[in-house]
Design a protein around this ligand. Structure first.
Ligand SMILES: Nc1ncnc2c1ncn2[C@@H]1O[C@H](COP(=O)(O)OP(=O)(O)OP(=O)(O)O)[C@@H](O)[C@H]1O
Length: 302
């Protein structure tokens, strides 16, 4: 069995004049949680739909679980779980009955009642789907995505409408699936979700991959300048530096101990992401790793 769940090279998809996917290269090892981030209309859903076998590509090559998603059959499809942005059409049944019904499509499904519990719908198991709230409906979508015990799970903005508790429960659910060996590809607009879940983050803008890396190192985040702040003589001071440890050491000596209101700040994932997508329309950063031309040294900003 290949160690690579997804291998895509030069994926392309055009809708009329709009090149939605303009040459995406992506390799996802088995067991990885990959989060796709990008502005609205960047091409994330189209990429995921192509890889999930729901949309034909115009160009490039793709292997997903060892097969071409453009031609693979039902057997291959039963190894995938998908949660698309639109709600799945389900009969006018109870939550439990719908999950049981969908379980019947797969050769080795999870226990439907356990799945209903896993997505936090245990108390609503006997409720009709039509009576669920938006967030509960989305949880049901997730249940239908995982009931087939997928090797590879595609989740397109799965937590839309989730309250904060439900979102955190969902994160632990995905963490558990990944620990069990499931490969997960998830699109989201929630940076904290990507930070909490992703082994790697892939930023897509204007149909291309702009950056790929772990949440802590994306776009040179780990080596980006830190901002050290403190208060002296009633005034807030801030210095941007490549060597925060050395500066804090100097300040410790200066203040003979505790530094008043010390803070050390590195760019957040959100700051790095916004930097990568540039002008807000999915603009291209200066350099391939998205770091652009950062100057070395120490620079006072206040
Ligand atoms: N079925 C379609 N027919 C025509 N154009 C489409 C279709 N689906 C997507 N597009 C266009 O392709 C581009 C990429 O859309 P896509 O849905 O892949 O982006 P996305 O990154 O998933 O966006 P969002 O974050 O808003 O979901 C957009 O310009 C969109 O309008």
């Amino acid at each position: 069995m290949s160690e690579t769940a997804i291998e895509a090279v030069g994926l392309r998809k055009r809708y009329g004049d709009d090149e939605a996917v303009a040459g995406v290269d992506l390799a996802v090892p088995r067991g990885e949680v990959l989060c796709l981030l990008g502005p609205n209309g960047a091409g994330k859903s189209t990429t995921v739909e192509i890889l999930g076998g729901f949309r034909l590509r115009d160009g490039g090559t793709a292997r997903v679980l060892g097969e071409d998603p453009g031609t693979a059959g039902r057997r291959w499809r039963s190894r995938l779980g998908v949660v698309w942005q639109g709600e799945a059409l389900v009969p006018r049944l109870t939550v439990r009955a719908v999950v049981r019904h969908f379980a019947g499509y797969y050769p080795q499904p999870r226990d439907p009642d356990a799945v209903v519990e896993m997505v936090g719908l245990g108390e609503r198991a006997r409720a009709r789907v039509t009576s669920l709230s938006g967030g509960q409906r989305r949880r049901l979508d997730v249940a239908l995505g995982i009931v087939g015990r997928p090797e590879l799970l595609f989740l397109d903005e799965p937590t839309t409408g989730f309250d904060p508790r439900a979102r955190r429960d969902f994160w632990s659910l995905v963490g558990g699936l990944a620990r069990g060996g499931t490969t997960v590809v998830l699109t989201t607009h929630h940076l904290e979700e990507a930070e909490a879940l992703a082994d790697r983050v892939c930023v897509i803008a204007r149909g291309r991959v702009r950056a790929l890396g772990s949440p802590s190192t994306l776009g040179g985040r780990a080596s980006a300048r830190a901002t050290v702040g403190w208060t002296a003589d009633g005034r807030r001071r801030e210095v941007r530096t490549d060597e925060p440890t050395r500066l804090v050491g100097e300040l410790t000596t200066l203040f003979s101990g505790e530094i008043p209101e010390l803070s050390v700040h590195r760019p957040t994932l959100e700051e790095v992401y916004l930097d990568l997508i540039g002008d807000g329309h999915g603009g291209v950063p200066d350099s391939p790793d998205g770091r652009g031309a950062r100057r070395a040294g120490t620079e006072a900003t206040a």
